[in-house]
Design a protein around this ligand. Structure first.
Ligand SMILES: O=C(O)CCC(=O)C(=O)O
Ligand SMILES: [Fe+2]
Length: 275
């Protein structure tokens, strides 16, 4: 499928699977980086006490956040040439001249553990989709095989066109389990109902979950402040923009009066895990 065909399929069904994006060696490399980063940082995560159907309860999964500030190699996923052109195309549609910026909003990875329950079907876009332009797209890189036993992601095709949320705890007849080989990427509209299935096996199930959005949507973390100099100094301008360093609001009217900036913004001095 060429990009236009992929875009049509994504628009119609709300998701698409692209196979063979990563080689087995690349998957292994990223998995060992994630295991390393998880062990390095997990003891310092703050907990969450929000009431959100358990989605923020991370006791039965390994999670790594903000990979952009841990290893520059993760950027090769962020701007992968088999995924980013489609994401940019979809998320620029309808903006002025179809050309306003797209940037990462969420950069995380998860590995549910054996016994991890089926996730509540949910949206990642905070707003049901109904016929509008997509606001957020998620690229879920499968670093392990996804199958019925291994907590594959469940989607409800075309649910990004509904104007409501999935009911709490309800199973839907039109749920589809997305089984695919490691190295595949599931790209879905943030308004699509989805969630990981129950994890029965003890095998690893790492997924890198990247949320991309239109520039005016708030990211999950403050990338302007949480990127270390050692990484910032190696990034191309394009990569700096991809983490939204040109779309953060200005401090005040004496600093800048446009919401977007010609220059990237950056606050130096951040040290990962030392705050
Ligand atoms: O890991 C998955 O299959 C989906 C994860 C997800 O939807 C989420 O964490 O928001
Ligand atoms: Fe999600």
């Amino acid at each position: 499928m060429d990009l236009k065909e992929q875009a049509i399929s994504l628009q119609e069904n709300g998701f698409i699977v692209i196979e063979n994006v990563l080689t087995s060696d690349e998957c292994d490399t990223y998995k060992s980086m994630l295991e390393r980063d998880y062990l390095l940082h997990k003891d310092n995560y703050v907990g969450s006490n929000t009431k959100d159907h358990g989605l923020n309860n991370k006791v039965s999964e390994k999670t790594v956040y903000n990979m952009h500030n841990k290893d520059i190699k993760y950027f090769d996923l962020f701007d992968h040439n088999k995924t980013l052109p489609l994401i940019n195309y979809m998320l620029q549609q309808g903006s002025y001249d179809n050309s306003e910026p797209v940037n990462l909003l969420n950069i995380s990875a998860r590995c549910p553990l054996q016994g991890s329950a089926k996730q509540q079907l949910h949206l990642d876009s905070n707003l049901p989709g109904k016929n509008g332009y997509p606001l957020i797209l998620v690229a879920l890189f499968m670093l392990d095989d996804f199958n019925e036993n291994n907590g594959s992601t469940i989607v409800v095709p075309k649910s990004h066109l509904r104007d409501c949320y999935a009911e709490t705890g309800k199973n839907y007849d039109d749920e589809v389990i997305v089984n695919a080989k490691h190295g595949s990427v599931l790209i879905f509209n943030g308004a699509l109902w989805h969630g990981a299935s129950e994890k029965l096996s003890s095998l690893s199930r790492w997924a890198v979950v990247l949320g991309y959005g239109r520039w005016f949507i708030k990211p999950s973390f403050d990338f302007v402040r949480n990127t270390p100099d050692s990484i910032f100094n190696q990034l191309s301008d394009e990569r700096k923009r991809l983490i939204g360093l040109d779309t953060a609001p200005p401090l005040d009217e004496f600093t800048r009066v446009t919401r977007r900036s010609e220059q990237v913004e950056y606050i130096p001095g951040y040290r990962v895990g030392c705050n």
